[in-house]
Design a protein around this ligand. Sequence first.
Ligand code: HEC
Length: 91
Amino acid sequence: MVYNLKGCMACHKTDGTSEIGPAFNNIYGSKVNVKEDGNAKEMVVDDDYITMSIREPQKQIVVGFEKTPMAQMNLTDNEIKQVISYIKSLK
Ligand code: HEC
């Protein structure tokens, strides 16, 4: 599974506890507060948002997780699709 393979686990948990990054369970469809160029914004977690979070992790930073930057992960479009369906499946 991409999620395990690519090391997302190192920073993201799926049981609701935050490690270095936000937990993945229950985030799909939820609203998150992010900062883009220092401006606060509210985003809905959907396919586009997740894709952007992976492709350009530094563009929008989730409020409360500013301390450690997310690593640039090189995923193919197909791997990103798999990660999105995985995140969707988490309750
Ligand atoms: C080095 C630690 C690290 C790794 C590895 C990592 N992330 Fe992250 N991730 C973060 C941090 C920190 C944030 C919050 C700050 C931000 O938005 O950049 C984040 C934010 C996110 C968000 C936005 C979450 C939200 O609640 O809005 C998504 C989606 C995401 N990561 C997906 C992934 C995926 C998929 C992988 C594996 C391919 C991955 N991350 C690997 C640290 C990491």
